[in-house]
Design a protein around this ligand. Structure first.
Ligand SMILES: [Zn+2]
Length: 265
């Protein structure tokens, strides 16, 4: 999620109108939609070195198909829509951008795209992306829409979310996060708005025993195909390959199944 070697603290945070809309392709069977967790999960216990522990996936998240809570108005006519614009000041203020980040705010774009939820409904998500890739990434999400690929939440990461203690159950699709890589020796591709993470819980990052999100180990079994999983050659991989993004699922170690990057890392 954060690029290779990045210390990642995935938190619980990350993202139909009236006219008879033409039916979009059904993204997932409208069955087995689990109710959201009734209460937020607590922070994970820490290892001796302060790293959040990797714990078994709770039974209710082994086949995770949570409905999306609309934080932005869903697409009015049920068809794909997207917008690309300069970042509004209020959006910048609730993001992780700060003057010391390696990208100027004027080089970021505020992108909204429609997506299908695991609940089979259309929703709208938001991303901050580098201006050099914003239109292309919006096009990739159009392809995901056409393929019916389900996404749980797509929302700009706040400082509070980035810095909160890990709960291991986050599942926010996103792009720009101003964060350093491990050891503070370099920035993550996310810190430039040049990488996108898609459904992190269904597509965890793994580096040895480290799994992120920490409760997502059930999704290391890629033979057990469940909705939202990115698989070699599928619509998501093809969509991002078309715009020149590398998939972290092709890396040997770490393997970052959720991660698509314009920089190759
Ligand atoms: Zn990533």
């Amino acid at each position: 999620m954060l690029g290779r070697g990045v210390v990642l603290s995935l938190t619980a945070a990350a993202l139909a109108a009236c006219a008879p809309a033409p039916a979009a392709p059904a993204p997932v069977p409208a069955v087995a939609t689990a109710a959201p967790s009734p209460t937020p999960r607590p922070p994970l216990p820490l290892d001796g070195d302060g790293t959040p522990q990797v714990l078994p996936t709770p039974p209710d998240l082994v086949d995770r198909r949570l409905p999306t809570v609309d934080e932005l108005p869903p697409p009015a006519d049920g068809t794909f829509t997207s917008t690309v614009s300069p970042v509004p000041p209020d959006v910048l203020a609730r993001s992780t951008w700060a003057p010391q980040c390696p990208v100027a705010a004027t080089d970021l774009r505020y992108v909204t795209v429609a997506f299908h939820g695991f609940d089979g409904r259309p929703h709208t998500g938001e991303l901050l992306l580098n201006a050099s890739v914003a239109e292309k990434v919006a096009g990739a999400f159009h392809s995901l829409w056409d393929a019916g690929f389900p996404i749980e939440r797509m929302r700009i990461t706040s400082v509070a979310e980035r810095d909160a203690p890990a709960t291991g159950d986050g599942n926010t699709t996103g792009a720009f996060v101003c964060r350093a890589a491990r050891g503070l020796t370099r920035w993550s591709a996310h810190a430039y708005g040049l990488a996108v993470d898609v459904d992190p819980f269904q597509n965890p990052y793994r580096n040895g025993e480290r799994v992120l999100p920490e409760l997502a180990s059930a999704y290391l079994d890629r033979a057990n195909v469940r909705p939202g999983m990115i698989r070699p050659g599928d619509a998501a991989v093809r969509a991002f390959a078309r715009i020149g993004f590398t998939w972290g699922g092709t890396w040997r170690s770490p393997v970052d199944l959720q991660h698509f990057s314009a920089t190759g890392d």
